[in-house]
Write a protein that binds this ligand. Sequence first.
Ligand SMILES: *Cc1c(COP(=O)(O)O)cnc(C)c1O
Length: 386
Amino acid sequence: MTPDSSPLARQPQVEAIVDLDAIAHNVGILRTHAGSADVLVVVKADAYNHGAYEVAKTALAAGATAIGVTTVAEAVALREAGIGAPILCWLNTPDADFAAAVRADIEIGVASTEHLRAVAAAARAVGEAATVSVKVDTGLNRNGASPHEYPHLLDELVTLARQGTVRLRAIFSHLAVADEPHNPTNDLQRDRFIEAVDAAKARGLTPELVHLANSAATLTRPDLHFDLVRPGIAVYGLTPVPDIGDFGLIPAMTVRARVALVKEVAAGEGVSYGHEWTAERDTTVALLPIGYADGLPRALGGKFEVLLGGARRPSIGRVCMDQVVVDLGPDAGGVAAGDEAVLFGSGKNGEPTAQDWATTLGTIHYEVVTGIRGRVVRNYVGGAAE
Ligand SMILES: *Cc1c(COP(=O)(O)O)cnc(C)c1O
């Protein structure tokens, strides 16, 4: 998405509006659930497509104490933008620009001896100690040091910490099935995590923090909170456990498109490529200038609704690259070109939600909000934007 830098710009055709007050509200809910644990807000992937800098700033003002991202580049960009809080990044190739991370005082997640050595080399080159957090694999079997690698990583860390080349900030791990709070794998990962922390302490290492919980565990498993929780999706107002509840979270992103054209379609006429939809009666349709190139999935064609002119209007026919058509019914419902159609939002005004799209698509709302792109212009309401 393109950030809209000009406040005087004509209202965009297609817009993603991010409500920073909703972000602050959601951080407040997460802090309440976190209890005595601190809150690190995950703003990877440009804050799940909500804008990393704006979300980080808003979340810190709302009481979060740290920021998490994936890569060194994301972390350094936030530091350069003026985020002063601790920033952790946790997924980098061993040849990443760790020197830039050290210079910007970024906490670097390491998952292997190779990573740690690369970070140490960067620290020596810069002439400052690197701050590292050890990512240990407790059962996700994705990122994180494997049970075989972990003892070697700790041994190397002991040496480097003694030399003053690196400083150990934290030991952390990531859950595989936190969205199923009662799944025994959560207990297994907790037990393995505690063992991993003990193994570090047995070597004389003293992590300042240990952390394990994502959004789902923050909201449903207080026994997994440790010193700090790392929510991502819940910050954006989307519940990580839709079957359990929404915890009072408010979805922060609203996607809307302005009607480009209203026209009549006669009974028997087909609409859009392939004529997959045919008018059963004379009707009126609205053309919306958003398509699959903008993150409206083609698989949703004929399977979603928009809120337009005070009512839900069904999409008809195929979603094209740049456009989609909705049926207004014979009287057009007073809809005119330029009117706003809401594709998804918080749901509080009767509009569909990202969860509705996810359910229809057989995916998760994470993919829906991160998929909005192309010509969609992102704007902010609430928070520091006002
Ligand atoms: C993405 C991520 C999170 C946040 O997960 P959510 O399910 O969005 O809360 C936390 N920790 C790590 C390591 C992650 O990669």
